[in-house]
Ligand binder design. Structure first.
Ligand code: ATP
Ligand code: MG
Length: 772
């Protein structure tokens, strides 16, 4: 593509043609900042700049790959290949490989991930005989991380009374000692953690002028995308490298700064203008990504932030559709609405699944969405994260459930026999495995006969094993009288699966606790659904469902188009034709943890701005009236962000008719067709609360029919109308044919072959079938 300049508007073109000197583009979402960077690089190369002399720093490696492809289309594959392009971490890890020996690190140094770092810190805390409740490893790591990102070395820390004082106040007087030991141990192991990749780069650049000169010389042109989210350490690296030639171009949007919790510093933008008095500032004001409805709606929200640089954004794109707002009864219904709506859009608009993204505030929200998409056989991928059922804390919890259903399940047993840690070490587990093989028994059987075999295990360990076995056996007894939810809840509480996570207080810990809670919610939903459709609601059935879900994950690894699911933080810089933003409820989005100060709330608002501006053609905003949070059904209040959008951009959907409703926040249920009232919501809520409160073994709730009347002229058909061969429609599974019938009256069941899900045996009383 040689006519790339003609694909730019005048302002973009000016920026691309500005080859030399410091420049900054601060502009709103979708205005072509990334495009300008991309073509600017291509243009430099066209002007004869050697690709080895260009460094470009992006927010994700995926963004770097995409930019490279674009550039390759202008300058050719072989030229583009040599560009230095990637995230700060990946680019500087590469540089450190050739330079780290100056600091005494081997060139093949290991990079510790967060888990490695936590493990090391835990060991240090233990060796120093410190109280691990007072010195929570993850909190300690996060403190060390923020010191490193502010370039505060151990020595600088010790000599800074203010910092030392702060940790004294936080009841962590030995933090400096831990920091020192942690750094020493990483060094001894030839390892760097993520923060070291930046800290050590800074160290090398400041201590070795010849190295600095070498890279200053190499990187004659430097570009940084998403500059608003750089931290202090990154800022210093860029400043040092650009110091000689000052050919530095940064682009960003202060309204999209969403990583302050990781040390991102919006002042870097303001500093830039001070550091380079010669700076040329470019404005891009035209948005090419979205409809005018989306652009103006996003503007109407972000205007509410007091701290922002003044800038305009407009588009000549058409008005497009109004932003659709949907209120659902529960989070489960929200998931189903999203899946159904995506399906309908795919059909009606002839789109593939990759035209859609679903964005959420917290990762645990993916569960209800994944379940609903899977049920509709819509492929999805979790972007920058792990599918719900693959997450460690979920696998651990499920392993307990698997074990109590089938104690021979060796994989599950080995996963949890020492989780949470109960002093059963790897040697003991090895011995048990060998002995079990020898006796041709399962490990669990062996454990129930510990007295009869000599495993050379000391008495203390034996007691621990005994306690573990007894606990599982007790769960098995409980499982006889409890439903799947109750038993799972009991296991989580008694095994104290989330107690440690709860204590640690870091964002990762909180997210894990939320996930485990969400698993419990999922089981509850599963039971409700299964009872409604008349299917098996047991724990075994649930585990089977999960196993199939996991299979769905691993089976579908081809490159078929998929719906993208991701947290809003992950969505920065990306764009999709249709975007669903879910969970727009107070305390969820804005997050309950970020409403204490104006600056926290403004960061949440920026997050919302990022989310909304990902959409090209259409946006859907959904919220649930009730949501299980922290194990309780809670009433949810619509997010303030919904109210902040100028009303004229919104259309309120009602489930049965996707038409506009005139009422703001109209009450609706997925199942009613008549004028909207709250008639059906209260009974459902009450019914679900009773359901939680009673905690007795599951019986079909007798009022379910009344609570969820189905649409159309559906009647209760359990003893009329339906015969073998009837064509019927189920509101979840779609159309199907009745294959056989059994039982009578309220126990009458039909085996039905559905086009969507295959064979299902349903209790007619609850199945809400319509003859078609
Ligand atoms: P964000 O703030 O979300 O990172 P951005 O400012 O980086 O957005 P880009 O991603 O570069 O914006 O551009 C948004 C979309 O608009 C892209 O699809 C891009 O290809 C398109 N676009 C940008 N400029 C033009 C133009 N002059 N003509 C046509 N399309 C354009
Ligand atoms: Mg961009």
């Amino acid at each position: 593509m040689s006519d790339y300049l003609s694909t730019l508007n005048p302002a973009q073109k000016d920026a691309v043609l500005q080859n030399e000197g410091p420049m900054i583009i601060i502009a709103g979402a979708g205005s072509g900042k990334t495009r300008v960077l991309t073509y600017r690089i291509a243009h430099l190369m066209k002007q004869g700049v050697d690709s080895f002399n260009i460094l470009s720093l992006t927010f994700t490696n995926k963004a770097a790959r995409e930019m490279k492809e674009r550039i390759a289309s202008v300058v050719g594959q072989s030229e583009a290949k040599n560009l230095w392009m990637g995230t700060f971490h990946s680019v500087f890890a590469r540089i450190l490989r050739s330079e780290a020996d100056r600091l005494g690190f081997p060139s093949n140094f290991t990079i510790y991930d967060t888990q490695d770092s936590v493990r090391l810190i835990t060991a240090i805390i233990k060796e120093m005989n410190l109280d691990k409740d007072r010195y929570k490893p993850k909190q300690v790591l996060s403190r060390i991380s923020s010191l490193k990102n502010s370039l505060i070395t151990v020595r600088a820390y010790v000599n800074n009374p203010e910092l030392v004082e702060a940790d004294l106040h936080a009841n962590r007087p030995r933090l400096g000692d831990i920091y020192k030991e942690y750094v020493a141990r990483c060094f001894k192991s030839g390892a760097m953690d993520f923060d070291d990749l930046l800290l050590r780069t800074n160290e090398i650049l400041s201590r070795f002028p010849e190295v600095l000169a070498k890279y200053q010389d190499r990187f004659k042109y430097i570009m940084v995308d998403e500059y608003q989210d750089t931290n202090h350490s990154q800022y210093l690296i860029v400043r040092a490298l650009a110091d000689r030639f000052q050919n530095i171009c940064v682009v960003g949007d202060d309204s999209q700064s969403i990583y302050s919790f990781r040390g991102a510093n919006i002042n870097n933008i303001l500093n830039f203008q001070k550091d380079y008095p010669e700076v040329k500032t470019f404005k891009l004001e035209q948005n090419y990504r979205s409809t005018s409805t989306i652009v103006e709606a996003a503007n109407s929200v972000i205007e509410k932030n007091k701290t922002r640089l003044d800038k305009e954004i407009w588009t000549s794109n058409g008005q497009g559709d109004l932003i659709k707002v949907m209120r659902t009864i529960s989070d489960g219904e929200e998931g189903r609405f999203v899946a159904k709506s995506i399906w309908e859009n795919m059909m009606n608009k002839q789109l593939t699944a990759d035209a859609f993204a679903v964005l959420y505030r917290t990762n645990s929200q993916s569960r209800a969405l994944e379940d609903a998409l899977r049920k509709k056989n819509i492929l999805y991928k979790i972007y920058g994260g792990i599918s719900f059922y693959q997450r460690q804390e979920i696998k651990n919890t499920l392993s307990y459930l698997r074990l109590l259903i089938n104690p021979k399940d060796e994989e599950a047993l080995i996963r949890v026999i020492n989780y949470p840690t109960r002093g059963i070490g790897a040697t003991t587990i090895d011995r048990l495995t060998i002995a079990a093989n020898h006796y041709k028994k399962s490990i669990f059987e062996l454990l129930t006969h510990l007295d009869q075999v000599d495993l050379k295990i000391n008495a203390g360990t034996k007691t621990k094993l005994q306690n573990f076995v007894n606990m599982i056996l007790r769960f098995q007894i409980d499982a006889k009288t409890k439903n799947a939810y109750e038993i799972a809840d009991l296991v989580v509480k008694q095994v104290q699966l989330i107690k440690d996570l709860q204590k640690d207080g870091t964002p990762e810990g909180v997210s894990k606790v939320e996930n485990v809670q969400e698993l419990l919610n999922g089981i509850k939903d599963f039971i409700t659904d299964r009872i409604e459709t008349g299917e098996d609601a047991s724990l075994t059935a649930f585990l089977e469902d999960v196993a199939l879900a996991t299979d769905f994950d691993s089976e579908n690894k081809d490159d078929s188009p998929r719906v993208s699911l991701m947290s809003i933080h992950q969505s920065k810089g990306l764009e999709y034709p249709y975007v669903y933003i879910v969970g727009l409820e107070e305390n969820l989005f804005p997050s309950g943890m970020s409403m204490n100060t104006r600056s926290e709330l403004e960061e949440e608002r920026r997050l919302f701005y990022v989310a909304l501006t990902r959409a090209e053609k259409g946006a859907y905003l959904t919220y649930a009236q009730t949501r299980y949070r922290w194990g309780k059904l809670t009433d949810a209040e619509p997010s303030r962000f919904l109210e902040e959008i100028d009303e004229r951009f919104l259309e309120y959907l009602t489930p049965s008719s996707p038409q506009a409703s005139t009422n703001r926040f109209v009450d609706s249920s997925l199942f009613d067709t008549e004028p909207k009232t709250i008639r059906f919501q209260k009974p459902i809520k009450r019914q679900r609360q009773e359901f939680t409160a009673k905690k007795e073994s599951i019986k079909p709730p007798s009022n379910l029919k009344k609570v969820r009347p189905s649409s159309g002229d559906t009647t209760n058909l359990f003893d009329t109308n339906i015969v073998v061969g009837s064509l019927v429609e189920h509101n979840r599974f779609g159309a199907g044919e009745v294959i056989s019938l059994e039982g009578s009256g309220p126990n009458k069941k039909a085996e039905i072959k559905f086009g969507t899900v295959g064979l299902k045996k349903l209790l007619l009383q609850f199945a809400k079938l319509k003859v078609i």
